[in-house]
Write a protein that binds this ligand. Structure first.
Ligand code: ADP
Length: 234
């Protein structure tokens, strides 16, 4: 069963100090990227976002990017073998020795099983898994209004978090863009992929006993403080 997190619930000192893998689960638009950045700067561990790595491969037109592009633009998942190789490479790098956070991986049961093997090879125990719980209705609202600055990656929402000048990044003045997979059709596909392939991971990790289920519909700031408490030493 998942742990419902409240202010009194914390991981132990031992868990915090031992290098570990942290997994952020949640639907598309659940706020994984935003929270991942906060957690990683708090714990000083690398943030590994498979979506970001894929998008950077696409913009650099690498062979991986060329293979992944069509799946992503449709809102489908990229095949497991490509993703698993990509993650194996990334977590093999020196900066991951003290632990790391995975954002957007694993997304299928196959990926979760492969990750288990990779963690064993690295002598890391079972991962700490945080599920950001957000209803489908809220996910759709968030994704369809999301806009991104192509130069600094800052994200906005046309209604909930608009820039000072419509369509322009407050930080660097670049014209904001909509991600190709934030268009309505692709959003629908991503939600189907999430329900069918990723949501079952909540049960999978729930059985391992290190799953923390948090309300992802609170403000980003409140959510960050709830997650930060989770890492405080008891
Ligand atoms: P979101 O969580 O908002 O959907 P991401 O940036 O994490 O956005 O992912 C964007 C897209 O990248 C996904 O829809 C999928 O096509 C691809 N992708 C990212 N991570 C994975 C993964 N672990 N397995 C398969 N496809 C992935």
């Amino acid at each position: 069963m998942a742990n419902r997190v409240d202010a009194r619930q914390t991981v132990t000192a031992e868990n915090q100090r031992t290098p570990q893998a942290i997994i952020l689960l949640g639907g598309p638009g659940a706020g994984k990227g935003t929270q991942a950045r906060e957690i990683c700067s708090h714990l000083e561990i690398p943030h590994i976002s498979t979506g970001d790595i894929l998008r950077s491969n696409i913009s650099q037109q690498t062979p991986l990017g060329q293979k992944a592009k069509e799946y992503m633009n449709r809102g489908d998942l990229v095949p497991d073998d490509l993703i698993i190789d990509m993650v194996r490479d990334r977590i093999g790098q020196a900066d991951c020795q003290g632990g790391f956070l995975l954002d957007g991986f694993p997304r299928t049961l196959g990926q979760a099983k492969a990750l288990g093997g990779l963690l064993q090879d690295k002598r890391l125990g079972s991962p700490m898994v945080i599920n950001l719980r957000v209803s489908t209705e809220v996910l759709v609202q968030r994704l369809s209004g999301r806009r991104i600055c192509p130069s600094c990656q800052r994200t906005y929402h046309v209604t909930f978090q608009p820039p000072l000048r419509s369509g322009i990044c407050d930080t660097d003045g670049a014209a904001l863009q909509q991600r190709a997979d934030d268009r309505e059709e692709a959003i629908r596909e991503r939600l189907v992929a999430y329900d069918e392939q990723t949501a079952p991971l909540i049960g999978y990790y729930g059985n391992e006993g290190r799953l923390f289920d948090v309300n992802g519909e609170q403000t980003p700031q409140l959510l960050t403080s709830e997650l930060t408490r989770l890492f405080e030493v008891a």
